[in-house]
Design a protein around this ligand. Structure first.
Ligand code: C5P
Length: 394
């Protein structure tokens, strides 16, 4: 595997398990990740900077007062695709939960939107302390993946939950987060994206602001995970996609026809497209003269997703919604009404989601899970949605 799996910050906290992260670093490199190690200052008591420098082949700093000319706390954050914080001590988790920035690692966490995997290791008493329990819940509510420490013997004679998990388990959890797995091999994934356009006349249409960026992220993530992907693209730029099977459509009616044909053979439908809610009753063949363009009579479009939800057999259905208020209630209603397994509701209350590379919202599943995501990349959301979908696909 070449070093193309992504740029990783390996954050090392001050736990005795820090020495195990030297092996973790090696395994990440074997899997094609490029890794910058950022130890906390007190973790250097366990493993020194020279070890990390030699193993990673990169400079290592633990405070923002080193290499200040490079403004490392921003430049490393911008470069990172993923964070793996292992081991994470109770103190480090508390500092991240509180939004502190008192060393280089916590500065980076604060300055980044990258996907984060946190691997705690601490004494069982500290792990079960209500303060740590609350801090871990805070991180999870922000979309961080926090692994459960293992049961077993601790550094002293004590026994309980707090051990650093096996390296192989950490690596497979990390691969699942980054999409560096082939868990969709043999699965057919149908994805709709972009926004439909409903023609008024040969020149004008009713459209919406969907850019198709989230659909592109889903296509890339599903294909990377081994899926056979078909994209139904409504008025979006697919020039960067390469060899993905794609059907271009313009209107909701055209999208409906393509989906109707492709649906039977898919295992997973991700309906990311913004389908226009209504269309002109008639489309003029000739351009309407400016002085006559005073009103347009509309009729509702059929709900494509609800139609497919009613006819689904083995398929898993994922819907998207955009709301400005009552996010959870309205999304839960749509989940049921449209026969969905998973829905992601974008929080568009500040109007800033369209065309951006990040997203904030809530994932709801038929099985009752509720995950809030704040300013995560659209690539990270794609992988989290695929994680939930593959669990339901079995
Ligand atoms: O009802 P609302 O538009 O919020 O639902 C959003 C979900 O339903 C999206 O997944 C969208 O693609 C789908 N939808 C559809 N047909 C419509 C309207 C929305 O498939 N006419």
């Amino acid at each position: 595997m070449s070093a193309t799996s992504g740029e990783v910050v390996l954050g090392v906290g001050a736990g005795i398990a820090a020495y195990k992260s030297a092996d973790l670093l090696r395994r990440l490199q074997d899997r094609g990740y490029a890794v910058t190690v950022v130890p906390t200052p007190s973790s250097l008591n366990f493993v020194g900077a020279a070890t990390w420098q030699a193993l990673s082949g990169r400079p290592v700093a633990s405070t923002i007062w080193e290499n200040t000319e490079k403004v490392s706390h921003i430049s490393i954050a911008q470069q990172a695709d993923y964070f793996l914080i292992a081991p994470a001590t109770a103190d480090l988790i508390a500092r991240i939960a509180a939004g502190r920035a008192d060393d280089l690692l916590t500065n980076l966490v604060l300055a980044s939107n990258a996907a984060m995997l946190v691997v705690p290791a601490m004494h069982p008493q500290m792990w079960s302390n209500p303060a740590t329990v609350a801090n871990v819940a805070t991180l999870r509510s922000r979309g961080y993946i926090v692994m459960e420490p293992e049961y077993g013997r601790l550094t002293g004679d004590d026994f309980g939950q707090g051990r650093f998990p096996e390296i192989a388990k950490i690596v497979s959890q990390f691969d699942a987060m980054t999409g560096n797995v082939a868990d969709f091999t043999g699965k057919r994934v149908l994805i709709s994206g972009g926004g439909t356009r409903e023609a008024i006349d040969p020149v004008r249409f009713i459209g919406n602001r969907s850019s198709g960026k989230q659909a592109l992220a889903l296509v890339r993530a599903a294909a990377k995970r081994g899926a056979q992907v078909h994209l139904v693209a409504a008025n979006m730029d697919t020039s960067q996609l390469g060899a993905i099977s794609t059907t271009h459509v313009e209107s909701a009616a055209q999208m409906r026809a393509v989906l109707a044909e492709e649906f039977a053979s898919c295992d997973l439908l991700i309906m990311c497209a913004a389908v226009a809610d209504a269309r002109p009753v008639t489309t003029r063949i000739e351009k309407i003269k400016k002085r006559l363009l005073t009103s347009i009579e509309l009729e509702p479009n059929p709900d494509l997703l609800a139609e497919l939800g009613a006819r689904k057999e083995h398929q898993i259905l994922v819907g998207f919604a955009a709301e400005t208020s009552d996010l959870i209630d309205s999304a839960r209603g749509k989940l049921v009404a449209k026969g969905l397994d998973i829905i992601y509701v974008n929080d568009v209350s500040n109007g800033a989601i369209f065309g951006k590379d990040t997203t904030s919202g809530i994932i709801l599943t038929r099985t009752g899970a509720e995950i809030a995501l704040k300013e995560v990349s659209k690539d990270a959301l794609a992988n989290v949605l695929l994680d939930y979908a593959i669990r339901q696909l079995g």
